[in-house]
Design a protein around this ligand. Structure first.
Ligand code: NAD
Length: 493
Protein backbone atom coordinates (compact mmCIF):
# COMPACT_ATOMS: atom_id res chain seq x y z
CA UNK A 1 0.00 0.00 0.00
CA UNK A 2 1.51 3.31 -1.05
CA UNK A 3 2.32 5.92 1.61
CA UNK A 4 2.04 9.61 0.79
CA UNK A 5 3.89 12.14 2.91
CA UNK A 6 3.15 15.86 2.88
CA UNK A 7 4.49 17.84 -0.08
CA UNK A 8 6.45 20.71 1.46
CA UNK A 9 9.10 22.87 -0.20
CA UNK A 10 9.19 20.51 -3.17
CA UNK A 11 9.85 17.43 -1.03
CA UNK A 12 7.98 14.44 0.26
CA UNK A 13 7.89 15.02 4.05
CA UNK A 14 6.98 12.50 6.75
CA UNK A 15 4.44 13.63 9.37
CA UNK A 16 6.06 15.10 12.46
CA UNK A 17 3.86 12.98 14.74
CA UNK A 18 4.80 9.81 12.82
CA UNK A 19 1.15 8.86 12.28
CA UNK A 20 -0.62 7.92 9.06
CA UNK A 21 -4.29 7.82 8.01
CA UNK A 22 -5.63 5.09 5.75
CA UNK A 23 -7.50 6.26 2.70
CA UNK A 24 -10.33 3.99 1.59
CA UNK A 25 -11.71 3.10 -1.85
CA UNK A 26 -15.46 3.67 -1.26
CA UNK A 27 -16.47 1.17 -3.95
CA UNK A 28 -14.48 -1.77 -2.57
CA UNK A 29 -14.53 -0.63 1.05
CA UNK A 30 -10.77 -1.28 1.27
CA UNK A 31 -7.85 0.92 2.28
CA UNK A 32 -5.63 1.44 -0.76
CA UNK A 33 -3.13 4.10 0.37
CA UNK A 34 -2.15 6.03 3.45
CA UNK A 35 -1.57 9.75 3.96
CA UNK A 36 0.34 11.74 6.57
CA UNK A 37 -1.54 12.83 9.67
CA UNK A 38 -0.52 16.47 9.81
CA UNK A 39 -0.09 18.59 12.91
CA UNK A 40 0.51 22.24 13.74
CA UNK A 41 4.21 21.53 13.34
CA UNK A 42 3.73 20.38 9.73
CA UNK A 43 1.43 23.33 8.98
CA UNK A 44 4.10 25.65 10.32
CA UNK A 45 6.76 24.09 8.12
CA UNK A 46 4.60 24.40 4.99
CA UNK A 47 3.65 28.02 5.70
CA UNK A 48 7.31 28.91 6.31
CA UNK A 49 8.26 27.36 2.96
CA UNK A 50 5.45 29.24 1.18
CA UNK A 51 6.37 32.52 2.84
CA UNK A 52 10.01 32.15 1.93
CA UNK A 53 9.11 31.25 -1.69
CA UNK A 54 6.94 34.30 -2.23
CA UNK A 55 9.08 36.85 -0.43
CA UNK A 56 12.70 35.84 -1.02
CA UNK A 57 12.64 32.95 -3.48
CA UNK A 58 12.70 32.69 -7.24
CA UNK A 59 8.88 33.08 -7.41
CA UNK A 60 9.13 36.56 -5.88
CA UNK A 61 11.70 37.67 -8.50
CA UNK A 62 10.12 35.98 -11.49
CA UNK A 63 8.46 38.19 -14.10
CA UNK A 64 4.70 37.84 -14.37
CA UNK A 65 5.06 36.56 -17.94
CA UNK A 66 7.46 33.86 -16.82
CA UNK A 67 5.10 32.97 -13.94
CA UNK A 68 2.36 32.49 -16.53
CA UNK A 69 4.64 30.27 -18.59
CA UNK A 70 5.31 28.05 -15.58
CA UNK A 71 1.58 27.80 -14.99
CA UNK A 72 1.06 26.75 -18.60
CA UNK A 73 3.54 23.96 -17.93
CA UNK A 74 1.33 22.84 -15.03
CA UNK A 75 -1.62 22.67 -17.44
CA UNK A 76 0.49 20.59 -19.84
CA UNK A 77 1.60 18.26 -17.04
CA UNK A 78 -2.00 17.79 -15.87
CA UNK A 79 -3.12 17.12 -19.46
CA UNK A 80 -0.45 14.51 -20.05
CA UNK A 81 -1.18 12.73 -16.73
CA UNK A 82 -4.96 13.19 -16.99
CA UNK A 83 -5.87 9.50 -17.31
CA UNK A 84 -3.81 8.54 -14.24
CA UNK A 85 -5.10 11.47 -12.13
CA UNK A 86 -8.69 10.67 -13.11
CA UNK A 87 -8.29 7.07 -12.03
CA UNK A 88 -6.72 8.04 -8.71
CA UNK A 89 -9.51 10.44 -7.85
CA UNK A 90 -12.24 7.98 -8.90
CA UNK A 91 -10.61 5.38 -6.68
CA UNK A 92 -10.28 7.75 -3.73
CA UNK A 93 -13.76 9.30 -3.69
CA UNK A 94 -15.91 7.07 -5.93
CA UNK A 95 -16.56 9.71 -8.58
CA UNK A 96 -17.30 8.23 -12.01
CA UNK A 97 -14.18 7.78 -14.11
CA UNK A 98 -16.10 9.08 -17.14
CA UNK A 99 -16.92 12.29 -15.27
CA UNK A 100 -13.32 12.63 -14.08
CA UNK A 101 -12.04 12.51 -17.67
CA UNK A 102 -14.14 15.59 -18.47
CA UNK A 103 -13.09 17.30 -15.25
CA UNK A 104 -9.38 16.73 -15.92
CA UNK A 105 -9.73 18.47 -19.30
CA UNK A 106 -11.29 21.45 -17.57
CA UNK A 107 -8.55 21.44 -14.89
CA UNK A 108 -5.78 21.66 -17.50
CA UNK A 109 -7.70 24.43 -19.30
CA UNK A 110 -8.17 26.29 -16.03
CA UNK A 111 -4.38 26.36 -15.44
CA UNK A 112 -3.96 27.77 -18.98
CA UNK A 113 -6.67 30.37 -18.39
CA UNK A 114 -5.07 31.78 -15.24
CA UNK A 115 -1.59 31.45 -16.77
CA UNK A 116 -2.76 33.95 -19.39
CA UNK A 117 -3.96 36.31 -16.67
CA UNK A 118 -0.67 36.39 -14.72
CA UNK A 119 0.83 39.30 -16.67
CA UNK A 120 -2.42 41.23 -17.07
CA UNK A 121 -2.79 42.26 -13.45
CA UNK A 122 -2.43 46.01 -13.56
CA UNK A 123 -2.69 48.99 -11.27
CA UNK A 124 -3.68 52.43 -12.49
CA UNK A 125 -2.48 56.00 -12.40
CA UNK A 126 -5.07 58.28 -10.83
CA UNK A 127 -5.52 61.97 -11.78
CA UNK A 128 -5.71 63.18 -8.16
CA UNK A 129 -6.73 66.77 -7.46
CA UNK A 130 -3.19 67.80 -6.35
CA UNK A 131 -1.14 69.01 -9.31
CA UNK A 132 2.27 68.32 -7.75
CA UNK A 133 1.40 64.74 -6.86
CA UNK A 134 1.73 61.69 -9.08
CA UNK A 135 -0.55 58.95 -7.73
CA UNK A 136 -0.77 55.35 -8.76
CA UNK A 137 -1.99 52.02 -7.47
CA UNK A 138 -0.30 48.63 -7.57
CA UNK A 139 -1.92 45.24 -7.09
CA UNK A 140 0.17 43.03 -4.86
CA UNK A 141 -0.14 39.35 -3.94
CA UNK A 142 -2.10 39.08 -0.70
CA UNK A 143 0.36 36.70 0.97
CA UNK A 144 0.41 33.01 1.78
CA UNK A 145 -2.90 31.35 0.89
CA UNK A 146 -4.29 28.33 2.75
CA UNK A 147 -6.63 26.39 0.44
CA UNK A 148 -8.88 23.98 2.36
CA UNK A 149 -10.88 21.63 0.14
CA UNK A 150 -13.74 19.12 0.32
CA UNK A 151 -13.65 15.48 -0.79
CA UNK A 152 -16.09 15.53 -3.69
CA UNK A 153 -13.83 17.21 -6.31
CA UNK A 154 -10.43 17.78 -4.68
CA UNK A 155 -8.39 18.43 -7.84
CA UNK A 156 -10.92 20.88 -9.20
CA UNK A 157 -11.11 22.81 -5.92
CA UNK A 158 -7.32 22.94 -5.57
CA UNK A 159 -7.08 24.27 -9.13
CA UNK A 160 -9.75 26.98 -8.95
CA UNK A 161 -8.12 28.27 -5.75
CA UNK A 162 -4.42 27.87 -6.52
CA UNK A 163 -4.36 28.91 -10.20
CA UNK A 164 -5.67 32.45 -9.57
CA UNK A 165 -3.63 32.69 -6.35
CA UNK A 166 -0.44 31.76 -8.19
CA UNK A 167 -1.31 34.07 -11.11
CA UNK A 168 -1.45 36.83 -8.49
CA UNK A 169 2.03 35.85 -7.26
CA UNK A 170 1.00 34.09 -4.05
CA UNK A 171 2.35 30.81 -2.70
CA UNK A 172 -0.14 28.24 -1.42
CA UNK A 173 -0.59 25.54 1.18
CA UNK A 174 -3.39 23.14 0.22
CA UNK A 175 -5.14 21.02 2.86
CA UNK A 176 -7.30 18.49 1.03
CA UNK A 177 -9.99 16.48 2.79
CA UNK A 178 -8.67 13.56 4.84
CA UNK A 179 -11.09 11.37 2.81
CA UNK A 180 -9.56 12.16 -0.61
CA UNK A 181 -6.05 13.65 -0.55
CA UNK A 182 -4.09 11.52 -2.96
CA UNK A 183 -4.96 13.23 -6.27
CA UNK A 184 -3.84 16.61 -4.86
CA UNK A 185 -0.53 15.09 -3.73
CA UNK A 186 -0.06 13.56 -7.17
CA UNK A 187 -0.71 16.94 -8.81
CA UNK A 188 1.84 18.49 -6.44
CA UNK A 189 4.43 15.97 -7.60
CA UNK A 190 3.98 17.31 -11.15
CA UNK A 191 4.82 20.86 -10.05
CA UNK A 192 8.59 20.41 -9.88
CA UNK A 193 8.89 19.13 -13.43
CA UNK A 194 6.67 21.98 -14.57
CA UNK A 195 9.26 24.43 -13.21
CA UNK A 196 7.33 25.61 -10.15
CA UNK A 197 9.97 26.72 -7.62
CA UNK A 198 10.04 24.78 -4.34
CA UNK A 199 7.76 26.18 -1.67
CA UNK A 200 5.23 27.78 -4.05
CA UNK A 201 2.77 24.87 -3.99
CA UNK A 202 2.65 22.84 -0.77
CA UNK A 203 0.22 20.19 0.42
CA UNK A 204 -0.33 19.13 4.02
CA UNK A 205 -2.75 16.33 4.78
CA UNK A 206 -4.64 15.19 7.85
CA UNK A 207 -7.66 16.02 9.93
CA UNK A 208 -9.50 19.31 9.67
CA UNK A 209 -9.54 20.02 13.38
CA UNK A 210 -5.77 19.38 13.59
CA UNK A 211 -3.74 20.54 10.60
CA UNK A 212 -6.66 22.46 9.02
CA UNK A 213 -7.32 24.48 12.17
CA UNK A 214 -3.57 25.13 12.55
CA UNK A 215 -3.49 26.71 9.09
CA UNK A 216 -6.52 28.86 9.83
CA UNK A 217 -4.89 30.14 13.01
CA UNK A 218 -1.41 30.58 11.56
CA UNK A 219 -0.19 34.17 11.82
CA UNK A 220 1.64 34.03 8.48
CA UNK A 221 -1.39 32.88 6.48
CA UNK A 222 -3.00 35.94 4.91
CA UNK A 223 -5.95 34.36 3.18
CA UNK A 224 -8.15 31.31 3.66
CA UNK A 225 -9.94 29.90 0.66
CA UNK A 226 -12.33 27.19 1.83
CA UNK A 227 -14.69 24.72 0.17
CA UNK A 228 -16.78 22.59 2.49
CA UNK A 229 -19.81 22.53 4.74
CA UNK A 230 -21.48 25.63 6.12
CA UNK A 231 -20.83 24.39 9.67
CA UNK A 232 -17.06 24.21 9.16
CA UNK A 233 -17.13 27.40 7.09
CA UNK A 234 -18.77 29.30 9.94
CA UNK A 235 -16.16 28.05 12.41
CA UNK A 236 -13.34 29.06 10.09
CA UNK A 237 -14.86 32.50 9.54
CA UNK A 238 -15.08 33.06 13.30
CA UNK A 239 -11.49 31.97 13.87
CA UNK A 240 -10.14 33.97 10.94
CA UNK A 241 -11.92 37.08 12.22
CA UNK A 242 -9.65 37.12 15.29
CA UNK A 243 -6.62 37.86 13.10
CA UNK A 244 -8.62 39.64 10.37
CA UNK A 245 -7.55 37.16 7.72
CA UNK A 246 -9.18 37.45 4.34
CA UNK A 247 -11.64 34.62 3.80
CA UNK A 248 -13.58 33.20 0.89
CA UNK A 249 -16.05 30.41 1.49
CA UNK A 250 -17.68 28.01 -0.97
CA UNK A 251 -20.32 26.21 1.09
CA UNK A 252 -23.42 24.10 0.65
CA UNK A 253 -26.78 24.47 -1.02
CA UNK A 254 -30.42 23.41 -1.07
CA UNK A 255 -31.05 24.35 -4.63
CA UNK A 256 -34.42 24.62 -6.39
CA UNK A 257 -34.90 23.04 -9.80
CA UNK A 258 -38.06 24.84 -10.97
CA UNK A 259 -40.18 23.31 -13.73
CA UNK A 260 -42.95 25.41 -15.28
CA UNK A 261 -45.85 23.95 -17.25
CA UNK A 262 -44.58 25.55 -20.48
CA UNK A 263 -41.19 23.78 -20.31
CA UNK A 264 -39.91 21.02 -22.57
CA UNK A 265 -40.77 18.36 -20.00
CA UNK A 266 -38.48 15.65 -21.37
CA UNK A 267 -35.50 17.99 -21.28
CA UNK A 268 -36.46 19.15 -17.80
CA UNK A 269 -36.88 15.58 -16.49
CA UNK A 270 -33.37 14.69 -17.73
CA UNK A 271 -32.00 17.85 -16.07
CA UNK A 272 -33.73 17.12 -12.78
CA UNK A 273 -32.44 13.52 -12.72
CA UNK A 274 -28.83 14.45 -13.49
CA UNK A 275 -29.09 17.44 -11.13
CA UNK A 276 -29.79 15.26 -8.11
CA UNK A 277 -28.49 11.78 -8.94
CA UNK A 278 -25.28 12.78 -10.77
CA UNK A 279 -22.27 12.15 -8.51
CA UNK A 280 -24.77 10.38 -6.21
CA UNK A 281 -26.04 13.82 -5.21
CA UNK A 282 -22.67 14.65 -3.62
CA UNK A 283 -22.53 18.09 -5.20
CA UNK A 284 -22.81 21.47 -3.56
CA UNK A 285 -25.02 22.39 -6.52
CA UNK A 286 -27.33 19.36 -6.26
CA UNK A 287 -30.87 20.27 -7.34
CA UNK A 288 -32.33 18.71 -4.23
CA UNK A 289 -35.70 20.52 -4.32
CA UNK A 290 -37.85 19.95 -7.39
CA UNK A 291 -40.43 22.74 -7.58
CA UNK A 292 -42.98 21.64 -10.14
CA UNK A 293 -46.03 23.55 -11.38
CA UNK A 294 -49.22 21.96 -10.11
CA UNK A 295 -50.91 21.58 -13.52
CA UNK A 296 -48.18 19.26 -14.88
CA UNK A 297 -47.05 17.60 -11.69
CA UNK A 298 -48.52 14.14 -12.27
CA UNK A 299 -47.23 13.79 -15.83
CA UNK A 300 -43.82 15.19 -14.90
CA UNK A 301 -43.37 12.87 -11.93
CA UNK A 302 -44.10 9.89 -14.17
CA UNK A 303 -41.34 11.00 -16.59
CA UNK A 304 -38.98 11.42 -13.66
CA UNK A 305 -39.72 7.99 -12.24
CA UNK A 306 -39.16 6.37 -15.60
CA UNK A 307 -35.70 7.91 -15.96
CA UNK A 308 -34.69 7.43 -12.33
CA UNK A 309 -35.71 3.76 -12.30
CA UNK A 310 -33.25 3.07 -15.13
CA UNK A 311 -30.25 4.46 -13.23
CA UNK A 312 -27.45 1.93 -13.00
CA UNK A 313 -25.46 1.89 -9.76
CA UNK A 314 -22.03 0.29 -9.71
CA UNK A 315 -18.29 0.45 -10.12
CA UNK A 316 -17.17 4.06 -10.79
CA UNK A 317 -14.54 2.73 -13.20
CA UNK A 318 -17.18 1.03 -15.40
CA UNK A 319 -18.35 3.30 -18.26
CA UNK A 320 -21.86 1.78 -17.98
CA UNK A 321 -22.27 3.05 -14.40
CA UNK A 322 -24.48 6.12 -13.89
CA UNK A 323 -24.14 6.51 -10.14
CA UNK A 324 -21.29 5.46 -7.84
CA UNK A 325 -21.05 4.98 -4.08
CA UNK A 326 -21.31 7.51 -1.28
CA UNK A 327 -17.73 8.60 -0.67
CA UNK A 328 -17.34 8.36 3.10
CA UNK A 329 -18.88 6.30 5.94
CA UNK A 330 -20.13 9.39 7.88
CA UNK A 331 -21.73 10.79 4.72
CA UNK A 332 -23.40 7.43 3.99
CA UNK A 333 -24.91 7.42 7.48
CA UNK A 334 -25.99 11.04 7.13
CA UNK A 335 -27.91 10.29 3.90
CA UNK A 336 -29.70 7.33 5.50
CA UNK A 337 -30.51 9.46 8.56
CA UNK A 338 -32.10 12.15 6.36
CA UNK A 339 -34.21 9.53 4.58
CA UNK A 340 -35.50 8.41 7.97
CA UNK A 341 -36.17 12.02 8.98
CA UNK A 342 -38.15 12.66 5.77
CA UNK A 343 -40.31 9.58 6.35
CA UNK A 344 -40.94 10.66 9.92
CA UNK A 345 -41.89 14.15 8.77
CA UNK A 346 -44.61 12.69 6.55
CA UNK A 347 -42.97 12.99 3.14
CA UNK A 348 -44.10 10.17 0.81
CA UNK A 349 -41.27 8.03 -0.55
CA UNK A 350 -42.10 7.17 -4.17
CA UNK A 351 -38.70 5.76 -5.18
CA UNK A 352 -35.81 4.13 -3.33
CA UNK A 353 -35.51 5.07 0.30
CA UNK A 354 -32.82 2.71 1.56
CA UNK A 355 -29.32 1.34 1.14
CA UNK A 356 -28.87 -0.21 -2.31
CA UNK A 357 -27.92 -3.85 -2.53
CA UNK A 358 -27.36 -6.31 -5.36
CA UNK A 359 -24.63 -7.76 -7.56
CA UNK A 360 -21.54 -5.59 -7.72
CA UNK A 361 -22.62 -3.38 -4.82
CA UNK A 362 -21.47 -5.51 -1.87
CA UNK A 363 -18.30 -3.65 -0.89
CA UNK A 364 -19.54 -0.10 -1.35
CA UNK A 365 -21.79 2.35 0.41
CA UNK A 366 -24.64 2.72 -2.06
CA UNK A 367 -27.94 4.53 -1.54
CA UNK A 368 -30.88 3.97 -3.87
CA UNK A 369 -31.88 7.02 -5.91
CA UNK A 370 -34.62 8.34 -3.65
CA UNK A 371 -37.59 10.59 -4.38
CA UNK A 372 -39.97 12.06 -1.80
CA UNK A 373 -43.32 13.49 -2.87
CA UNK A 374 -45.71 15.67 -0.84
CA UNK A 375 -42.85 17.61 0.68
CA UNK A 376 -43.61 21.01 2.16
CA UNK A 377 -40.88 23.61 2.20
CA UNK A 378 -40.85 23.82 5.99
CA UNK A 379 -39.72 20.20 6.40
CA UNK A 380 -36.10 19.52 7.32
CA UNK A 381 -35.73 17.46 4.13
CA UNK A 382 -36.53 20.66 2.19
CA UNK A 383 -34.32 22.96 4.24
CA UNK A 384 -31.13 21.06 5.14
CA UNK A 385 -28.38 19.86 2.85
CA UNK A 386 -28.36 16.06 2.50
CA UNK A 387 -25.47 15.79 0.01
CA UNK A 388 -26.79 12.53 -1.37
CA UNK A 389 -29.22 11.13 -3.99
CA UNK A 390 -32.42 12.34 -2.33
CA UNK A 391 -34.95 14.53 -4.16
CA UNK A 392 -37.86 16.40 -2.57
CA UNK A 393 -40.87 17.30 -4.72
CA UNK A 394 -42.76 20.48 -3.84
CA UNK A 395 -45.61 21.81 -5.98
CA UNK A 396 -46.33 25.46 -6.74
CA UNK A 397 -48.75 27.59 -8.75
CA UNK A 398 -47.39 30.53 -10.76
CA UNK A 399 -44.16 32.49 -10.83
CA UNK A 400 -44.66 34.39 -7.62
CA UNK A 401 -45.04 31.27 -5.54
CA UNK A 402 -42.10 29.60 -7.31
CA UNK A 403 -39.86 32.52 -6.34
CA UNK A 404 -41.18 32.57 -2.80
CA UNK A 405 -40.52 28.85 -2.21
CA UNK A 406 -37.28 28.91 -4.22
CA UNK A 407 -35.80 31.64 -2.01
CA UNK A 408 -37.23 30.33 1.26
CA UNK A 409 -34.08 28.53 2.44
CA UNK A 410 -30.93 29.59 4.26
CA UNK A 411 -28.76 28.74 1.25
CA UNK A 412 -28.34 30.57 -2.07
CA UNK A 413 -25.93 28.69 -4.30
CA UNK A 414 -27.68 27.79 -7.59
CA UNK A 415 -31.15 27.46 -9.10
CA UNK A 416 -32.52 26.19 -12.40
CA UNK A 417 -35.62 27.29 -14.28
CA UNK A 418 -37.25 25.24 -17.04
CA UNK A 419 -39.48 27.34 -19.31
CA UNK A 420 -39.90 28.28 -22.96
CA UNK A 421 -40.71 31.89 -22.08
CA UNK A 422 -37.73 34.23 -22.38
CA UNK A 423 -39.53 36.85 -20.31
CA UNK A 424 -40.12 34.39 -17.49
CA UNK A 425 -36.51 33.21 -17.71
CA UNK A 426 -35.27 36.76 -17.24
CA UNK A 427 -37.73 37.59 -14.45
CA UNK A 428 -36.89 34.41 -12.57
CA UNK A 429 -33.13 34.79 -12.94
CA UNK A 430 -33.40 38.25 -11.41
CA UNK A 431 -35.71 37.22 -8.57
CA UNK A 432 -33.83 34.14 -7.39
CA UNK A 433 -31.39 34.90 -4.61
CA UNK A 434 -28.54 32.63 -5.72
CA UNK A 435 -25.06 32.92 -7.22
CA UNK A 436 -25.81 30.97 -10.41
CA UNK A 437 -29.05 30.55 -12.39
CA UNK A 438 -29.39 27.93 -15.08
CA UNK A 439 -32.16 28.27 -17.66
CA UNK A 440 -33.14 25.01 -19.41
CA UNK A 441 -29.94 23.33 -18.29
CA UNK A 442 -28.32 22.01 -15.11
CA UNK A 443 -24.73 21.41 -13.95
CA UNK A 444 -23.30 23.69 -16.64
CA UNK A 445 -20.03 25.18 -15.44
CA UNK A 446 -17.10 27.04 -16.92
CA UNK A 447 -13.84 28.10 -15.33
CA UNK A 448 -14.49 31.42 -17.09
CA UNK A 449 -17.75 32.04 -15.20
CA UNK A 450 -17.76 33.15 -11.56
CA UNK A 451 -19.18 30.59 -9.15
CA UNK A 452 -20.16 31.08 -5.52
CA UNK A 453 -23.03 31.54 -3.18
CA UNK A 454 -25.27 34.06 -1.49
CA UNK A 455 -26.56 33.75 2.08
CA UNK A 456 -25.27 30.59 3.85
CA UNK A 457 -23.77 29.29 0.62
CA UNK A 458 -20.69 31.39 1.05
CA UNK A 459 -18.64 34.50 0.53
CA UNK A 460 -16.73 35.48 -2.61
CA UNK A 461 -16.56 34.02 -6.10
CA UNK A 462 -14.26 31.47 -7.67
CA UNK A 463 -13.46 31.07 -11.38
CA UNK A 464 -13.57 33.80 -13.98
CA UNK A 465 -11.32 36.86 -14.10
CA UNK A 466 -12.70 38.41 -10.94
CA UNK A 467 -11.52 35.57 -8.70
CA UNK A 468 -7.93 36.77 -9.03
CA UNK A 469 -9.00 39.78 -6.95
CA UNK A 470 -9.49 37.41 -4.00
CA UNK A 471 -5.70 37.02 -3.92
CA UNK A 472 -4.62 40.65 -4.39
CA UNK A 473 -4.35 43.74 -2.24
CA UNK A 474 -4.38 47.23 -3.73
CA UNK A 475 -1.68 49.65 -2.62
CA UNK A 476 -1.88 53.42 -3.21
CA UNK A 477 1.36 55.33 -3.83
CA UNK A 478 1.67 59.16 -3.82
CA UNK A 479 4.84 60.77 -5.19
CA UNK A 480 5.41 64.45 -4.75
CA UNK A 481 7.16 66.45 -7.44
CA UNK A 482 7.04 69.63 -5.30
CA UNK A 483 10.36 71.43 -4.82
CA UNK A 484 9.32 73.00 -1.51
CA UNK A 485 7.36 71.75 1.47
CA UNK A 486 3.71 72.84 1.52
CA UNK A 487 3.13 76.06 3.45
CA UNK A 488 1.14 74.19 6.03
CA UNK A 489 2.16 70.53 6.00
CA UNK A 490 -0.34 69.76 8.75
CA UNK A 491 -3.43 70.46 6.67
CA UNK A 492 -2.41 68.71 3.48
CA UNK A 493 -5.49 66.56 3.38
P1 NAD B 1 -16.10 19.73 5.59
O1 NAD B 1 -16.54 21.09 5.96
O2 NAD B 1 -16.30 18.63 6.55
O3 NAD B 1 -14.53 19.73 5.24
C1 NAD B 1 -13.96 20.56 4.25
C2 NAD B 1 -12.47 20.72 4.54
O4 NAD B 1 -12.30 21.45 5.75
C3 NAD B 1 -11.73 19.40 4.73
O5 NAD B 1 -10.43 19.52 4.18
C4 NAD B 1 -11.66 19.27 6.24
O6 NAD B 1 -10.59 18.47 6.68
C5 NAD B 1 -11.46 20.72 6.64
N1 NAD B 1 -11.86 21.04 8.01
C6 NAD B 1 -12.79 20.43 8.79
N2 NAD B 1 -12.85 21.03 10.01
C7 NAD B 1 -11.94 22.04 9.99
C8 NAD B 1 -11.54 23.03 10.93
N3 NAD B 1 -12.07 23.08 12.16
N4 NAD B 1 -10.59 23.91 10.57
C9 NAD B 1 -10.05 23.87 9.33
N5 NAD B 1 -10.38 22.96 8.40
C10 NAD B 1 -11.33 22.06 8.71
O7 NAD B 1 -16.80 19.41 4.19
P2 NAD B 1 -16.81 18.04 3.37
O8 NAD B 1 -17.66 17.05 4.11
O9 NAD B 1 -15.41 17.68 3.03
O10 NAD B 1 -17.53 18.49 2.02
C11 NAD B 1 -18.92 18.51 1.86
C12 NAD B 1 -19.44 19.93 1.95
O11 NAD B 1 -18.75 20.76 1.02
C13 NAD B 1 -20.90 20.04 1.60
O12 NAD B 1 -21.56 20.85 2.52
C14 NAD B 1 -20.89 20.72 0.24
O13 NAD B 1 -22.04 21.43 -0.08
C15 NAD B 1 -19.68 21.58 0.34
N6 NAD B 1 -19.18 21.89 -1.01
C16 NAD B 1 -19.29 23.17 -1.50
C17 NAD B 1 -18.88 23.48 -2.80
C18 NAD B 1 -19.00 24.86 -3.39
O14 NAD B 1 -18.30 25.16 -4.37
N7 NAD B 1 -19.86 25.75 -2.88
C19 NAD B 1 -18.34 22.47 -3.59
C20 NAD B 1 -18.25 21.19 -3.06
C21 NAD B 1 -18.64 20.92 -1.77
Amino acid sequence: MKRYGHFIDGKDVEPHCGEWIETVDPYRGEAWASIARGSAHDADRAVAAARMAMTKGEWARMSATRRGRVMRNIGDAVASHAARLAEIEARDNGKLLAEMHGQLNAIAECWYYYAGLADKIEGSSVPVEKPEIFAFTTREPIGVVAALTAWNSPLWFATVKCAPAMAAGCAVVVKPSEFASVSTLEMAALMRDAGVPDGVFNVVTGLGQEVGAALVEHRDVAKISFTGSDTTGTRIYETAARSLKRVSLELGGKSPNIVFADADLDLAAAGVVSGIFGAAGQMCSAGSRLLVEKSIKEVFVQKLLKLATDIRLGDPMDPQTNVGPIATPPQFQKVLDYIAIAKKEGARCILGGKQAAGPGLQGGQFVEPTIFDDVTNGMRIAQEEVFGPVLSIIEFSGEEQAVEIGNDVAFGLVAAVWTKSIGRALRMSKALHVGTVWINTYRTYSYMMPFGGMKRSGIGREQGIESVNEYLETKSVFISAAEHAATNAFVQR
